[in-house]
Design a protein around this ligand. Structure first.
Ligand SMILES: [Zn+2]
Length: 227
């Protein structure tokens, strides 16, 4: 068994072959660990559109993804992602197993961040716990909504939650609708008044609303304004 540090982290990250960990760098003062990943030279890449094996065309500039922390250290994965040349689809950036295209966070980090956001009263509190700027928290929420929309199946939704979150100095609010079973964020709208509650509710297509069995509401202002 290969017990090198690199192989140890490759296993912990559950990286499929032939992805490799080429370095694990620690910056104790900066409270950071960086793991460098690579698609080995000579290995055929996979077209992200059709899945067929094709040659590596070139590599993108190295970039980073924030991952779940390791002990008290922030963990970043870094990689120069290859682009492949598919005879059918041309030059495409290879899909990486740890993140969705375009995200600066790993999928596991995004899922955790959404759970933290859901558990916190305010977005700034979530941002603090996650050690993120609140812009990043907003982006993570937007992406979670996109994922929720992509996976929203008409028969899947039974119980939804409507929640308000403050951000900034507690004067601004967003309202969230979540799928209480699937733990998905379904929609985010500004404000926390009855209009926000309605906007959330109306973001669901009518046939879906018909199937909702219960909605848990935790929106103070909306509750007070209810007729
Ligand atoms: Zn292709």
């Amino acid at each position: 068994m290969d017990t090198s540090v690199n192989e140890h982290y490759r296993r912990l990250l559950q990286l499929p072959t032939p992805w490799r960990v080429t370095a694990v760098e620690e910056n104790l003062l900066g409270q950071r660990v960086t793991i460098r990943l690579t698609w080995p030279e000579g290995a055929a890449a996979v077209c992200p559109v059709c899945g067929q094996a094709c040659r590596v065309y070139d590599r993108m500039e190295e970039r980073g993804w924030r991952h779940l922390s390791i002990m008290q250290y922030l963990l970043e994965l870094r990689c120069a992602v290859p682009r492949c040349e598919c005879p059918e689809h041309g030059v495409k950036t290879v899909a990486v197993p740890w993140a969705e295209p375009g995200s600066r966070f790993t999928t596991m980090f995004e899922v955790f961040a959404v759970q933290v956001i859901a558990a916190c009263r305010s977005l700034s509190q979530a941002a603090e716990l996650l050690r993120l700027h609140w812009d990043a928290v907003q982006r993570i929420l937007e992406r979670a909504v996109q994922r929720g929309l992509a996976r929203r199946s008409p028969e899947g939704l039974r119980y939804v939650g409507l929640d308000e979150k403050s951000f900034g100095r507690g004067q601004d609010y967003v309202s969230l609708m979540t799928d209480l079973v699937g733990q998905r964020v379904l929609e985010v709208v500004p404000g926390r008044d009855i209009g926000s509650g309605l906007a959330l509710w109306e973001s669901l297509p009518e046939p879906q609303r018909q199937r909702i069995e219960a909605a848990a509401m935790d929106m103070g202002a909306a509750g007070a304004d209810r007729p």
